[in-house]
Design a protein around this ligand. Sequence first.
Ligand SMILES: [Mn+2]
Length: 441
Amino acid sequence: MAEAKRPGLGFPQVFNSDAELEAAYRFFNNQSLSFEGLLAPHIEKSLERCRNFDEVLCIQDTTTFVFSGEREGLGYINSNNRGFLGHLSLAVTRSCGEPAIPLGVVDARTWTRTTPRKSKDIPQHKLRRSGDCESLRWLETVQTLEAQFGGIASPIHVMDREGDIYDSISTMVVEKWRFVVRCKSNRVVESEDPEFHLLFDALDGLSVRCRNTISVAPRKASSLPDQNRTYPARNGREAEVCVTATTVTVKRTRNSSKEFPATTTLNVVHVFERCPPPNQAPVEWILLTNEPISTNEEVHSVVECYRQRWLIEELNKAIKTGCVFEKRQLESYRALQHVLAMTLPIAWSMLLLRTQSRSNQNVPAKTFIDPLRLKVIRAHAVRYKLPETPTLRDVAYAIAGLGGHLKRNGPPGWQTLRRGYERLLTLEEAWEMASQTCDQS
Ligand SMILES: [Mn+2]
């Protein structure tokens, strides 16, 4: 499919005639296509890449896709916007000290909301019984991933506060599925001391195990008041944090059902900033994990796992800014899902190139980029020539160069990468066509 390969172009620009455009619409509305089916080859390749490592991080997160105008089958995002939700899992390397390398999307699911708000007042177990419980997605994803990985590489599941659900945490502890999840709410813990019975009390007065520098990304104020309370606007900065750790036994929450264990013992790693700049909220992460915390190195490496979570936010940017997914003109949820399935591999590839263009690691390109693509880049990249054995950074710059990137402007952004990628795909197509013509003559 020509379009799906072009990250940023609208359909009418890609297809030369009305007939081709018609064909594309027919293709994406085709009843025999499925989201899972279209994404399966990419997931398979991602798992293959994971095979090269003993352990990988599987970062999951939910994002919203908003579309304008009337389209069939879309749901509520909030009272003003329509669209659908996507829960994505990205596998990345677990590299201590070095930036992680994105290995690909390993799971993706989408759904729509029939009401503007999540029904917060209904207890989770009632929703669960009715099969209408959105929070199930975290554990279901872990179960799918564990089955998929089946010994390929040991996955460590990384989730933000939304993933802090007793059902999931206790199940992962029982099954010995590895995880680092940011804690959302204070929990009741087992304790002999009548004075302290809450998780956050257990964090008081622990000795500092290590220190770390954490980059805090800038955040704009949101238009949704709810979002502003949980995620207030802030400036970007480097935060010096202290890290402590302890082990607690938490009790099952009221929202959870009796099928889950009454208590769960887990490790808690507390990351906090002692001296934030004036008027800035201090950084504080309370991380729940079943990774070991005996040595300071182990404690440090739990923090490192969580620090890589920003990569899934970057994947969302690759989908929305890099591939302009929300500008797609297709008229139904079903067709948009199909386009998303074909967008994810491209978004991953752009994320890989963008992160590697900013890294000093020398990752050989041939592990990630197929030989034909390297050949085409070598033949056409004029601005940045590929060396004999190119690294991913060389490839990123070569592709950005095809999109008009100038080195003095710093590492390439989403827009130049998109332009370069589009050029590359056109060149690849021409190359394939030429070689077919040669074969025939
Ligand atoms: Mn989230």
